[in-house]
Design a protein around this ligand. Sequence first.
Ligand code: 13P
Length: 248
Amino acid sequence: MNRKPFIAGNWKMNMTAASGKKLIEELKPLVENADCDVALCVPAILIPEMVKTAAGSNIKIGAENVHWAKSGAYTGEISADMLKEYGVEYAIIGHSERRQYFGETDESVNKRTLTALEAGITPIVCIGETLEERETDKTNEVLYRQLKTGLANVDDVTKVVIAYEPVWAIGTGRTATDAQAQETIAFIRKTIGELFCPKCAEKIVIQYGGSMNAGNCKGLMAQPDIDGGLIGGASLKTDFAAIVNYNK
Ligand code: 13P
């Protein structure tokens, strides 16, 4: 098992060109010796400036969404070609906030994922259950559906990164315990094995996301099936470097 750990930030709708630039300049020397892949997914309008700022460092810049069409009448959306033109390597797809507030479905997640893959952008596909689903024992059923539909017709699933983000742990300060996160991510890996192939399950990178911070990252990253993190709040400060350097 030699999956390279991957720590990514999700700035959501935060930061400006000025504050983003300042943070990346501060992070560069702090993360330069990281043993993991490092990315920051930033608001679309900040992408050109952040790509320029991160150039020459080990920080890659990602988007927070990508549309499925090549081009067309989709006011307000951004295509994969537009992202590629600026050197974007990753795109978050199907974040629970997009599912909750913007009508994202497993079907639209699937279309966006296929388009990103075709364009050579690594999709970070977010899945996760709500508190009610967890409390009524529906977690595995929900995750299975999100994986089966969200990743339908994907040729090489190892080119996808999955982020397991329990909705109840996002921005709440309530992290899944190490054991909860491990157990659920092991289920996700097993499901990838069933839906695709056992070797794919061994190879695919699966992150945990939800109130991950400098204090709890070591314990989470020590779990055998957790290969990284998708970091919200803590990616808006230099604390992000401490998470990237979880093993130092
Ligand atoms: P927080 O780390 O702020 O809980 O957000 C997690 C998240 O949604 C990352 O995509």
